[in-house]
Write a protein that binds this ligand. Sequence first.
Ligand SMILES: Nc1ncnc2c1ncn2[C@@H]1O[C@H](COP(=O)(O)OP(=O)(O)OP(=O)(O)O)[C@@H](O)[C@H]1O
Length: 257
Amino acid sequence: MLEVSNVTLSYGGVRAIDDVSLTVAKGRIVGLIGTNGAGKTSLFNVISGFTRGDKGSIRFNGAAIENVRPSEIAQLGLVRTFQTPLGFPRMTVLENMLVFSRADAASRGRIFGRSKPDGAILEQAMATLDEFGLASRGNDLVQDLAAPELKMLEFARAMMGDIKLLMLDEPAAGVNPALLENLTSHIRSLRDRGVTFLVVDHNLKFISSVCEEIYAMADGRVIAHGDSADVIANPDVIRLYVGTGGADNSLSKEAEA
Ligand SMILES: Nc1ncnc2c1ncn2[C@@H]1O[C@H](COP(=O)(O)OP(=O)(O)OP(=O)(O)O)[C@@H](O)[C@H]1O
């Protein structure tokens, strides 16, 4: 579904991505780990079109997307979230859902000062909010949401389009254990409904429990790839995390277990 081949990106003298190749097969939940500055977000930015790589190719369902704009990439069904959830803080939760809907402006209705939103779109938005525990927040302003609710909204909003591949950037950051379980079950159920995932996170316990396959990056390069359990137990990966005291240290504990 997603094929990243030999992608390189430099910021001045810093090589943020150094000849990275990565594949995400349809229906998989793939993790991407690495300590701070490893190049994970830069890679997300290049895949989703927000940053143009210096070299390399990216194909999504067979189509070359390395020179395609983010909005067009999203329309192809490749959607990403951000470390800091984006949104329209002075609009309501429901309006934010409608903005992200794939429907045309007329169907999205009153957010553009026109008629009421199309019933089917509204129904989809309400059902999705309900699924993500935000049903009672529909009429509240996004600026009044608590951080975990904002995370859930970002996830819910992404579901308003016809998503094929969802790239999650640190979904577990700042999320309490109960919500994390909730998030994990959302990811699994969406996968069962046909969504493929690429997930970046520092919480290795979360990543290794939700992902079947992991890529590990360091200094812009892929240093390990394989089944989650194998990558978590990989000596280079352990050295990286133990050496920096990075992430939540669950890596070393899991590897020892
Ligand atoms: N806009 C930028 N300008 C200059 N350097 C940048 C820029 N964005 C990233 N970098 C550098 O590129 C390297 C990779 O950064 P990146 O944010 O992709 O890493 P990361 O693995 O996502 O880290 P984190 O886990 O902290 O988010 C780092 O050395 C970083 O300082």
